[in-house]
Design a protein. Structure first.
Length: 66
């Protein structure tokens, strides 16, 4: 005589962990540490913002500050 099958409710934490893992795998670059360290200068340049070209607001009120 066989036992009746018992169906369990899926674990929400297991589903969340699976989904979070899939998202992380889609986002994370597939670079080795040696490759990343070797290309760090280029990566740094590509991610940096250009220098700002603005006049400090204090000069509007007090003239040029040196």
């Amino acid at each position: 005589m066989s036992r009746p099958r018992v169906y369990r409710t899926p674990s929400r934490w297991r589903e969340f962990r699976f989904a979070a893992n899939q998202v992380a795998r889609a986002i994370e670059p597939h670079l080795g540490l040696d490759d990343m360290i070797g290309a760090w200068g280029e990566i740094s340049r590509d991610l940096s913002e250009p220098p700002r070209k603005r006049v400090p607001q204090i000069e509007q009120y007090f003239g040029r500050v040196e």
